[in-house]
Design a protein around this ligand. Structure first.
Ligand code: ATP
Ligand code: MN
Length: 430
């Protein structure tokens, strides 16, 4: 007969229930003690009037320390003044594990704490309903992703995270020692998911870690992030943009529908974006930024400041398409008639990049040329290039940062808030 706090309704008046949870708060008014019990679904008030509970239970409630783990058996009573309109009059309280004092961090949010302190004592911080809510919603986001993509005919794959070549030859790699060889933590499943197109799977997705040695601490970069990646054959950039916007839309719909309680904990009312998302080209984006005083030389990436100005004007979820070929990785497919522009896109939320994608180069010679033109060596892409010589279909795909999506959907100020144990330039513990 164990119930969660959220299951207890005023109509259950008189019923006996058992609850497990943590002592969230104690208010001792002498002859009357209020104890708030918190479990993963919420908080309920345990009311102890001296006259109506046993001496032993009353004494225990007076000396128990906050955040101790308890089991309570008691009777449900209607009480309009209590949270949720109910209270429990306990018949027994069992202490399963007593907490030490003082606490390293306040779970009740009476005392605000710096993000760093919160992350240092993350297990404690995660007990806060507001923080729990983020991860309950994160679970739903990933559920929806898997369900949606499976329904679209994608199969889930796992590609290696220990690799010998850099995906994009970048400097932002973590080297590791692999027996007598040097290896790296993979920065993206890009090369492998493309190879799987040559294997004939046609539609694959992966939800997995990417590792990037980002030198600078920003509020949107992690050194270990979760990327939602797809790759799809016999389609182009428009085909995978269509999947991406419908997926993100479905994530919003599901979270709004199934995570109402957690959105309330966060005091968020989620606005469902409209389909299709607006599309602007790189050139149009540059013009908006220029009009607002930020000139971006053609060919360069849009600066954070430019993106802020563009985001201000467009707002919400939108695509920036048709990026200069030189600003995108070697595998992006150029337009046949305008090779200086690529069939590529970024999905943005206001100023924040959520996803990058493109139609890929599937032609061997063109790919080798493109690798060379980026100053990379085709020799170091052996296993990848081989897959393009024996029947590689045309294909396209994207990578969507799970934490960026959650951050922007919930309006979090720092991407670290969306990770249980974030890794950044200075944080390797916990
Ligand atoms: P940015 O320009 O914001 O650093 P990027 O263009 O280098 O990102 P991509 O290589 O396009 O990133 O990766 C695809 C997606 O993966 C990004 O749009 C983003 O959502 C996510 N992502 C990439 N790097 C990180 C990171 N360091 N931390 C969190 N998410 C990331
Ligand atoms: Mn990108």
């Amino acid at each position: 007969m164990r119930v969660y706090t959220a299951d207890i309704k005023p109509e259950m008046e008189g019923q006996k229930v058992k609850l497990y949870g943590w002592v969230h708060e104690i208010r001792d008014l002498g002859g009357l003690v209020f104890l708030l019990l918190r479990d993963r679904e919420g908080i309920v008030q345990i009311t102890l009037p001296r006259k109506f509970v046993s001496k032993q239970v009353f004494k225990l409630a007076k000396k128990i320390r906050r955040e101790s783990v308890i089991a309570v058996v008691g009777e449900v009573r209607r009480e309009e003044k209590a949270p949720g309109g109910v209270e429990i009059i306990p018949e027994s309280i069992e202490v399963l594990n007593e907490a030490d004092a003082p606490l390293p961090l306040e779970v009740t949010e009476k005392v605000p704490a710096e993000l760093d302190t919160r992350l240092d004592h993350r297990f404690m911080d995660l007990r806060r309903p507001r923080v729990q809510a983020i991860f309950r919603i994160r679970h739903q986001v990933l559920q929806t992703v898997r369900e949606f993509l499976s329904n679209e005919g994608f199969i889930e794959v796992h590609t290696p995270k220990i690799v010998s070549t850099a995906t994009e030859g970048g400097t932002d790699l973590f080297p590791i020692s692999y027996f007598e060889k040097e290896a790296f933590l993979n920065q993206s499943p890009q090369l492998y998911k493309q190879v799987l197109m040559a294997a004939g799977f046609e539609k694959v997705f992966e939800v997995g870690p990417i590792f990037r040695a980002e030198e600078h601490n920003t509020t949107r970069h992690l050194n270990e992030a979760i990327s939602i990646d797809i790759e799809m054959s016999f389609t182009d950039h428009n085909g995978v943009m269509d999947i991406l916007e419908r997926l993100v839309h479905k994530v919003y719909v599901d979270v709004a529908e199934k995570c109402e309680r957690y959105l309330n904990w966060l005091e968020i009312s989620l606005e469902i974006p409209e389909l299709p998302f607006q599309r602007i080209t790189y050139d149009e984006a540059r013009e908006i930024a220029a009009r607002k005083g930020e000139e971006i030389p053609w060919g360069e990436d849009l600066s954070t400041n430019a993106l802020k100005l563009i985001g201000e004007e467009i707002g919400g979820l939108y695509f920036i398409t048709d990026w200069p070929t030189e600003s995108k990785p070697f595998y992006a497919m150029p337009y046949e008639d305008r090779p200086e522009i690529s069939k590529s896109f970024d999905l943005m939320h206001d100023w924040l990049e959520l996803s990058s994608g493109a139609q890929r180069i599937h032609l061997y010679d063109m790919l080798v040329e493109s690798i060379k033109s980026k100053g990379l060596e085709p020799e170091s892409f052996g296993f990848y290039l081989e897959a393009f010589r024996y029947g590689m279909p045309p294909h396209a795909g994207w990578g969507l940062g799970a934490e960026r999506l959650i951050m922007s959907m919930l309006g979090l100020k720092n991407v670290r808030e969306a990770v249980l144990f974030p890794r950044d330039r200075h944080r390797l513990v916990p």
